[in-house]
Design a protein around this ligand. Structure first.
Ligand SMILES: *Cc1c(COP(=O)(O)O)cnc(C)c1O
Length: 233
C-alpha cells in the first residue's frame, strides 16, 4: 500500500527540519534551499500529496512515466524532469515540463530551442554536469561545460537557471562532498567568465542533502525520505 497522507506529512516535517538544520549549520537562510519531491516510481498520489502540502513542483525521472501522470493530474503542479532526455522526446518534454534539469549536450539544446520557436514558448533549463566524474552518470564534463553554456546562452527561447549534478554512489561521504563543491566551483567560474547569473544549484538527495547544502545547494531532490522505498509502480 502507498503511504498515507499523514505519514507523508510527518516525513515532510522531518525533511524540512533536516534542511533547516543543515542551513543553520552552514550559516544560510532556510529559504535559500527549496525541496523538490521526487515522485518517480510512485503513483500519481505522490504528486497530489505534495500539492496538498502546498509544494509547487515535483521531479520525475522518466519522460514516459511523467507524461502519463501529467495528463492524468487534476491538480496544478509544476513538473521538472530530472532524468535522461532523448532528442526524439524533446518536443513532448518541452511542452509538458516546466523545467528540464538534465540538459547535457548541444543536440538536446537545439531540439528544445527548435520546438520552443515553433510553439512560441520559452523553457527553463539546468545544465547537468558530471561533477563527480562518474562514468555511470550522465552530464557534461566540467571541461566541456563552458562550450555547452555558450550554446545554451545563444538559444533565445531557453533560460539557463543554473546547474544540476548527481553525486557518485560511494560509502565515502567525501566523494559526494567533492562532487558538490566541484559543481559550485564550476558555477562560479561560468558566472564570471560569461558574466551571467546561474543561481540554481540542484544537488543533494535523501542520503546526502546535508552535504549538498553545506556546499551551496539551492534545491534538494528528495524521494525516499518523503515517500519511502520505490516499490509501488
Ligand atoms: C531518484 C532521484 C532522486 C531522489 O533520490 P532519493 O535517494 O530517493 O531521495 C534525486 N535525483 C535524481 C536525479 C533521481 O533520479
Amino acid at each position: 500500500m502507498f503511504l498515507s497522507f499523514e505519514t507523508f506529512q510527518a516525513n515532510l516535517a522531518n525533511v524540512t527540519e533536516q534542511i533547516a538544520a543543515a542551513c543553520q549549520a552552514a550559516g544560510r537562510a532556510s529559504e535559500s534551499v527549496s525541496l523538490l519531491p521526487v515522485t518517480k516510481n510512485h503513483p500519481l498520489e505522490a504528486a497530489r500529496y505534495a500539492f496538498d502540502a502546498g509544494i509547487q513542483s515535483v521531479g520525475e525521472n522518466r519522460v514516459q512515466e511523467a507524461l502519463g501522470k501529467i495528463d492524468a493530474a487534476s491538480f496544478e503542479i509544476r513538473w521538472e524532469l530530472i532524468g535522461p532526455l532523448q532528442s526524439n522526446k524533446a518536443k513532448r518534454a518541452a511542452s509538458s515540463f516546466s523545467r528540464i534539469q538534465t540538459v547535457d549536450r548541444i543536440k538536446i539544446l537545439n531540439a528544445l530551442q527548435r520546438f520552443c520557436e515553433e510553439a512560441e514558448s520559452r523553457l527553463s533549463i539546468l545544465l547537468q554536469v558530471n561533477a563527480g566524474n562518474d562514468p555511470q552518470k550522465a552530464g557534461v564534463s566540467i571541461e566541456d561545460a563552458p562550450r555547452l553554456l555558450e550554446t545554451a546562452l545563444a538559444c533565445s527561447r531557453l533560460q539557463v537557471d543554473g546547474l544540476m549534478t548527481i553525486a557518485p554512489l560511494s560509502e565515502d561521504s567525501n566523494v559526494a562532498r567533492q562532487c558538490f563543491a566541484a559543481l559550485r566551483e564550476c558555477r562560479d567560474s561560468l558566472e564570471s567568465s560569461f558574466g551571467v547569473s546561474l543561481p540554481e544549484l540542484s544537488m543533494g538527495m535523501s542520503s546526502d542533502l546535508d552535504l549538498a547544502i553545506k556546499e551551496g545547494s539551492t534545491m534538494v531532490r528528495v524521494g525516499t525520505a518523503l515517500y519511502g522505498k520505490r516499490e509501488y509502480v
